[in-house]
Design a protein around this ligand. Sequence first.
Ligand code: SF4
Ligand code: SF4
Length: 84
Amino acid sequence: MALIILDTCINCGVCEPECPNDAITEGKVIFDIEPQRCTECVGHFDKPQCVEVCPVDCIIIDPDCVEDQASLFAKFERLTTADS
Ligand code: SF4
Ligand code: SF4
């Protein structure tokens, strides 16, 4: 699954530096998660780091972007290969 930021985001920016995949950016209105780069932290951490730090709990699983563990790990491998 990739995660999505709801419009209750208060633009605090705390999540952005925590993402190991550089998937979070400041959008026009609220912060955004790029689904192609979000592995739900699979390959890096046991839990989604953005969810851990968000003070208003506005980051959820995107129901339109559900992926299984194998797909998330494959995405992680693609990203780490592409970034190296
Ligand atoms: Fe980044 Fe992990 Fe949050 Fe996805 S779940 S946006 S990879 S910190
Ligand atoms: Fe928005 Fe939560 Fe990220 Fe802060 S931590 S910018 S409230 S999504």
